[in-house]
Design a protein around this ligand. Sequence first.
Ligand SMILES: Nc1ncnc2c1ncn2[C@@H]1O[C@H](COP(=O)(O)OP(=O)(O)OP(=O)(O)O)[C@@H](O)[C@H]1O
Ligand SMILES: [Mg+2]
Length: 231
Amino acid sequence: MPDPVVLLDRVSRTFAGTTPVHALRHVDFRLEAGEYVSVVGPSGSGKSTLLHVLGLLDEPTDGLYFLDGINVALINDAERTGLRGDRIGFVFQDFHLLRHRTVTENVLTALLYNRFPRRERHGAAVEALERVGLGHRMDQTTDKLSGGERQRVAIARAIVSRPSLLLADEPTGNLDTATSESVLEVFDDLRSDGLTLVVVTHDETVSAHAARHVRMVDGFLSETTSGRGTR
Ligand SMILES: Nc1ncnc2c1ncn2[C@@H]1O[C@H](COP(=O)(O)OP(=O)(O)OP(=O)(O)O)[C@@H](O)[C@H]1O
Ligand SMILES: [Mg+2]
């Protein structure tokens, strides 16, 4: 059996302070390749903290995290950065694009600091943009794009390195319903191609696209449904 993409074993994340914040409490979570999971829960319940830990932007204060079978507590900072660049794609609510750069340049920024072969970078950017339906916008600067197009550029940037895990934090939070649909269709396609997806959302419509649903409450994670094809 291949390793799960994600295995969290009683992971906790406590933020120190006069009143310590228990953002994650004893979280067990296993994610197989190709799963599409939504994460819902109240504000402050630990959803973003969970994504940051999964995306190697933050570390557990307790418990173990295995990414593709690798115990990430045992690797050094350079290895961690390399692993993040190779295996993780991140999509944020507010896109995080460079405004005065072209669509293609924005996608290429994801490959600047990883081990992706230099000669294959441009072709990979074109391929990623075609996958999100933006093959015709490659030379446009991003300030001239609609919100939905911007988010699709951000998705292309997140998938260009061919990660094993795509993490999205409220990816449709700044989009209207019609525009959100174009982003959700892209996620559906990526899922069909075998990518593993974790999407944090407060929107039921967005959550319904996932086959598996988890809920965070006060740092605790619980499974609300599981199994494929619940849509
Ligand atoms: N860097 C930090 N330092 C201290 N406390 C933090 C930090 N990051 C998050 N927290 C706290 O951890 C808890 C969980 O925060 P988190 O951002 O994960 O919540 P969330 O579920 O994503 O909320 P929202 O829906 O509002 O985005 C909150 O109480 C938050 O204030
Ligand atoms: Mg959050």
